[in-house]
Design a protein around this ligand. Structure first.
Ligand SMILES: C[S@@+](CC[C@H](N)C(=O)[O-])C[C@H]1O[C@@H](n2cnc3c(N)ncnc32)[C@H](O)[C@@H]1O
Length: 271
């Protein structure tokens, strides 16, 4: 293995899946790597950008469903860099969006190891572009929030004010909790008629963009057999997405339901 005098760690965002969404800086980092420590969501074609001599280490979920504990990942990054190697820590999307990048940077800095961060296209941005879903829109949304929909602590999360007219809420890791998420948002006063897009495997082969209304979200995820990785986008902008309609927005429109809750774009899509 090639070793350099100045080992360092580079946290690299690999984007949401499609290899050509990597940044040039990410490609250069990979080309300089002696070791690539990567997650499960990273495409094999991205890993091929590292030199043949570079060691590839997966810290992804294994059959036993455990990832390498974060402390062990941190220790691995520090040890490899201290041995003089250029360590690329390759992460899906962006390292600082639900990627535990902050913990890895902190561990490197605490150990006196040089660390850089190369941003990546986060799933929200990649999937939204794929589905022609503008996260902000002059007429429909002037604020956007990213939240984690994982079971742990879902009830305790305070999302009040993050979804509703004029706002877009993007939920990462919310497939298995979709029903509970819809209930939570409606309990906070979000209209049951609010459009929701479900963006599954965005930018990847076999990706799907689906649309329904908030009240139907939990059932729709089950009916359509939505699987991870997927995002939920709650807000009027979801009505603009180039997406398969799961609830019959057309039927609502045909029934003359123009109460202003559905976005104009949803009407057009449904018509
Ligand atoms: C642990 S988070 C990592 C997020 C990543 N750091 C980012 O910036 O996109 C993993 C979640 O991101 C979302 N995700 C990642 N890639 C995706 C894709 N190609 N399509 C839809 N959602 C995706 C899913 O919600 C998935 O459960």
């Amino acid at each position: 293995m090639a070793e350099t005098a100045d080992g360092r760690v580079i946290l690299v965002g690999a984007g949401p899946g499609a290899p050509d969404l990597l940044t040039l800086r990410a490609v250069r980092a990979l080309e300089a790597a002696d070791v690539v420590v990567h997650d499960g969501l990273v495409d094999g074609r991205v890993l091929e950008l590292a030199p043949a001599h570079a060691r590839r280490v997966s810290v992804a979920k294994r059959r036993d469903r455990h990832t390498l504990p974060q402390e062990e990942i941190n220790a691995l990054l520090v040890a490899e860099a201290k041995a003089g190697r250029v360590v690329v820590r390759l992460k899906g999307g962006d390292p600082f969006v639900f990627g535990r990048g902050g913990e890895e940077v902190a561990a490197c800095r605490a150990a006196g190891v040089a660390v850089e961060v190369v941003p990546g296209v986060s799933a929200a941005l990649g999937c939204a572009a794929d589905a022609h879903l503008p996260l902000t829109h002059r007429d429909l949304a002037s604020a956007v929030s990213f939240v984690a929909g994982t079971c742990q602590g879902l009830k305790e999360q305070d999302w009040r004010g993050l979804a509703g007219p004029g706002r877009t809420l993007v939920v990462y890791m919310g497939v298995t909790t979709a029903g509970a998420i819809a209930e939570k948002l409606m309990a906070d006063g979000v209209s049951p008629d609010m459009p929701v897009a479900i963006l599954e495997r965005g930018t990847l082969d076999g990706g799907r963009a689906l649309r329904t209304l908030l009240a139907d979200l939990g059932d729709a995820v089950v009916r359509a057999r939505v699987a991870s990785p997927a995002l939920l986008v709650v807000g009027r902008v979801a009505g603009l997405a180039n997406a398969e309609d799961l609830t019959g927005l057309a039927a609502l429109v045909a029934a003359g339901r123009r109460d202003g809750v559905l976005a104009a774009g949803a009407m057009e899509q449904a018509a």
